[in-house]
Design a protein around this ligand. Structure first.
Ligand SMILES: *Cc1c(COP(=O)(O)O)cnc(C)c1O
Length: 411
């Protein structure tokens, strides 16, 4: 089938009526009035619910599903997800506070990340959340703080495995890494933990992010589960939880396809069965951030000016890289590619023009889309960046040039 413009139309999951994008059952033009100003991020709660339902449907029964809050820490969105997932993974005291405000009990919250500060560890111990230990030094600190405070810390060991998640956008395990304890040191560390009588929850392995390759995900899952069985032999008590990470990606760029969840689920089932036959008391958790929220979110900004310069048309908008670093190509991309963009109030207009979309910052880095085809644009039109529900505002340098912060709404 011929790919008709907008180039990324297949990624457009939201309904369109009378050329206007709808989100949460509301036309975008009305949502703009409700929010009161542009730019803003909007997240569709129904899309998030659907995504969790899909995961529950296609992945093996009994597999726990955790939300990694780093992908989108908006409190209302986290509250919404807390009613649907089995746990929340946090990576700072700020995220921990948001997770503790949800109805989830502290034993369903885990706290990972290198460089946890003393106060963060004290709060985590007092709260009773599971601390995912990232180094031997951190384990000692946690044990000492537990003694001082008079509470027993609950800990899981994050393991830096001896394999990587291949074809991953970002590798976070295998080789030399600041994350987790190298697998070859883990038996010794577990022996030390036994001697101290801490509350041992289990193990955590997270090897990478933004992966769209089913074979690579399967290979990492198999190796992870096998490693879990091997390491469980050294565990001080039966392991309650084995967090196998996630890394499921979403399509952003032309040619990228959504992951086949059916295939992932069908392949994971026998691996999980084999694991559970060895370790029947251990619950296995998948931890996902981006996959749950990315496709449910949009970033909306307004065209302030259509500027011609030597034959090129620039749409100058009130939004930019300070709110959406990823769309500008500056969040870890090696080669800049355009996020999928539509004109929210003229989605299916047929007359087209070639444009570049820039923000108000005084830097050439502030580029939201380079040389794309859009319907004929006027000042006041609404530029919508799709696939923006993860690593959006919280992953952007919002203080840069001191423009006002955008709103965030859950619709
Ligand atoms: C970032 C991170 C995640 C989430 O990754 P996604 O690609 O958003 O799914 C999960 N676990 C840990 C430990 C992380 O650091």
């Amino acid at each position: 089938m011929k790919n008709t413009a907008p180039e990324h139309a297949p990624l457009l999951q939201f309904p369109v009526h009378d050329h206007c994008l709808y989100l949460g059952g509301m036309p975008l033009t009305r949502l703009v009035e409700r929010v009161g100003s542009t730019p803003f991020y909007a997240y569709d709660r129904e899309k998030i619910t659907e995504r969790v339902a899909l995961l529950r449907h296609y992945l093996p029964k009994g597999l726990l599903l955790h939300y990694a809050m780093k992908a989108n820490p908006m409190p209302a969105l986290v509250q919404h997800l807390a009613n649907m997932v089995d746990g929340i993974d946090v990576a700072s005291i700020g995220e921990m506070k948001v997770a503790l405000d949800t109805p989830l009990t502290p034993d369903k919250i885990s706290f990972a990340g290198p460089g946890k500060r003393m106060q963060e560890l004290r709060s985590a111990i007092a709260a009773g959340v599971t601390i995912n230990i990232e180094s031997e030094q951190e384990l000692k600190t946690v044990v000492d703080l537990g003694d001082q405070l008079g509470f027993t810390p609950s800990i899981a060991i994050r393991v830096n495995p001896d394999f990587e998640l291949k074809s991953s956008g970002m590798k976070m395990g295998g080789g030399a890494k600041p994350f987790g304890i190298d697998v070859e040191r883990v038996p010794q560390v577990l022996k030390y933990a036994i001697a101290l009588g801490i509350d041992f929850v289990g193990l955590h392995i997270f090897s990478g992010s933004q992966n769209l390759n089913v074979a690579a995900i399967q290979e990492a899952q198999l190796k992870t589960l096998q490693l879990g069985i091997r390491l469980a032999e050294y565990a001080p008590s039966s392991m309650r939880l084995f967090n196998i990470g996630g890394g499921f990606g979403v399509p952003y760029f032309p040619g990228e396809k959504r992951l086949n969840l059916v295939e992932i689920g069908e392949n994971l089932q026998p691996m999980l069965d084999a694991f559970q036959s060895q370790l029947p008391e251990t619950r296995v958790a998948l931890e996902l951030g981006r996959y749950i929220v990315a496709e449910a979110g949009i970033y909306v900004c307004r065209v302030l000016e259509c500027k011609e310069s030597r034959g090129k048309t620039f749409l100058i908008t009130d939004g930019g890289m300070h709110h959406h670093l990823a769309a500008s190509g500056n969040l870890g991309q090696v080669i800049r590619k355009n996020f999928p963009v539509v004109l929210g109030n003229k989605v299916k207009d047929s007359e087209k023009e070639q444009v570049s979309i820039v923000g108000p910052l005084c830097t050439p880095l502030d580029l939201l889309a380079d040389d794309i085809s859009l319907p004929k644009v006027d000042v006041g039109d609404l530029v919508v960046i799709l696939q923006s529900g993860a690593y959006g505002l919280s992953a952007s340098p919002s203080q840069f040039l001191n423009h006002p912060l955008p709103e965030e709404v859950l619709v």
